[in-house]
Design a protein around this ligand. Structure first.
Ligand code: HEC
Length: 239
């Protein structure tokens, strides 16, 4: 192929390294600006701190610590994606505001078990007790391992208080009251769960780990309806 047959691009641009470098830089910069500038200029792109998403209660913090210790996120994600198959199975898709107080986040990357972001309220408290004792008792054929020690091991209120203080230090807004009355709050919420489990003939005390884990699981995803309403008030499409 002679030079004169070559495409104009090859003749005018490619032998001219300086010009080619400048034009390439301009092209890449436009791509970069289009992505980066909106992040600084559009307020709506940044999730605000939603009022309907409250920090975890001390008992939920305790349950979350157990969830982390046992590595539940190895098999369970906490993110419902905005696809029809997911919303039909799990419920409303997850919004970023819901993770405001998740430190560390527990999104997970594998689903050996189902997503847990909407599991709160799906089952009665007693179901979680039985399921943790022996997953095959509630779900025949389940490959989830049993966690029988959760039914006897106790939470240490001083430990939970340390977690709450640590979360407060990195920005979770707990009041002085929350920080001083952690033990009392643990027992208040724990006793409610103990009462509901007792109706199913389960005897357990408020400071047992299964009570804390149940509090956490029952909380998951429950802010979403109120969050939808709050965001709708600000005039944004929510579902
Ligand atoms: C080896 C993988 C694995 C691990 C680890 C695991 N799970 Fe599961 N989980 C499953 C599977 C599979 C199911 C579906 C069958 C069933 O319900 O047991 C399940 C189901 C569940 C369900 C019921 C979900 C629903 O919507 O029906 C809950 C709640 C749950 N797991 C909580 C936990 C918690 C809490 C932990 C950590 C203490 C944990 N899982 C650890 C595999 C796992």
């Amino acid at each position: 192929m002679s030079d004169s047959d070559a495409h104009w691009h090859r003749r005018a641009l490619e032998p001219n390294a300086g010009l080619f470098a400048i034009l390439t830089t301009v092209a890449i910069s436009i791509g970069g600006l289009v992505e980066i500038v909106p992040m600084f200029t559009i307020d709506a792109a940044k999730p605000g701190i939603a009022e309907s998403v409250a920090p975890y209660t001390p008992l939920e913090v305790a349950g979350r610590d157990i969830y982390i210790r046992e590595g539940c996120m190895v098999c369970h994600s906490q993110m419902v994606r905005p696809f029809r198959d997911e919303t039909l199975r799990y419920g409303l898709w997850s919004r970023s505001e819901e993770y405001t107080w998740d430190r560390p986040f527990l999104l997970g990357s594998r689903r050996i078990g189902p997503d847990l972001h909407r599991v709160g309220g799906k089952y009665p408290d007693a179901w979680h007790y039985e399921h943790m004792r022996d997953p095959r008792s509630t779900t025949p054929g389940s490959v989830m391992p049993p966690y029988p020690w959760l039914l006897t091991w106790k939470i240490d209120p001083a430990d939970v208080q340390a977690s709450v203080v640590a979360l407060n230090r990195v920005g979770t807004p707990y009041s002085a009251d929350d920080l001083n009355n952690t033990a009392w709050m643990l027992q208040q919420q724990g006793d409610e769960i103990v009462g509901r489990m007792a109706q199913s003939g389960i005897e357990v005390t408020w400071d047992t780990e299964i009570v804390a884990l149940t509090a956490y699981l029952q909380r998951l995803g429950t802010d979403r309806e109120a969050l939808s309403a709050e965001v709708a008030q600000q005039g944004e499409e929510t579902r």
